[in-house]
Ligand binder design. Structure first.
Ligand SMILES: Nc1ncnc2c1ncn2[C@@H]1O[C@H](COP(=O)(O)OP(=O)(O)O)[C@@H](O)[C@H]1O
Ligand SMILES: [Mg+2]
Length: 166
């Protein structure tokens, strides 16, 4: 994006325990008020990663489902997580009518599935996570910091992955 620094971190999960570990690291390292744009095909693992983040923040994982009818869910654990799924939205106007700015401007961690569909409505400074299916149980996560605010977080994720016993 022009004018904004972009910084990224790539993580390979060999299986779901890798995804759980990444979720725990993100639950700890994502600053309050961060919006995370989750991108990837159906079944890539967007909801699974939200579950991992929420569970690490003390939310019962069973509370976390793809919000198919409820477009926005809120979970209250050690931190407040707002989970939005743009899959069923007709268009970006419908998204804007949900009043997402209220969440983006709050201290909540906002996790948006199918974020590529509503990109223009997201905060300019954000984290993007692109998930690629690399095998039946393996996934590649590319965590991208858009804007200066999150550069340090990428460094901390890199430090985490080099220390973690993966
Ligand atoms: N390493 C992994 N990380 C995430 N999901 C995985 C992994 N391995 C297998 N899966 C499976 O992939 C599916 C991901 O589904 P889901 O998270 O609902 O996808 P999305 O929300 O992106 O459409 C789940 O059935 C999950 O069990
Ligand atoms: Mg989903």
């Amino acid at each position: 994006m022009p004018g904004l620094n972009v910084n990224h971190f790539t993580y390979h999960a060999a299986d779901q325990s890798g995804t759980t570990a990444l979720g725990a690291a993100l639950a700890e390292l994502l600053p309050d008020g961060t919006t995370v744009a989750l991108c990837g095909t159906l079944g890539a693992g967007k909801t699974r990663l939200v579950q991992a983040i929420a569970e690490a923040a003390g939310v019962d994982r069973r509370e976390v489902v793809s919000p198919s009818f409820v477009l926005i869910s809120e979970y209250h654990g050690r931190r407040t997580i707002c989970h939005i799924d743009a899959y069923r939205l007709r268009d970006e106007d419908e998204f804007d009518q949900l009043g997402p700015d209220e969440y983006f401007e709050s201290d909540s961690l906002v996790l948006v599935e199918w974020a590529d569909r509503v990109k223009a409505s997201l905060p300019r400074e954000r984290i993007e996570i692109h998930i690629e299916v690399t095998g039946p149980a393996s996934r590649r996560f590319k965590v991208i910091a858009v804007g200066d605010r999150y550069g340090e977080m990428i460094e901390r994720l890199e430090a985490w992955s080099s220390q973690a016993d993966l």
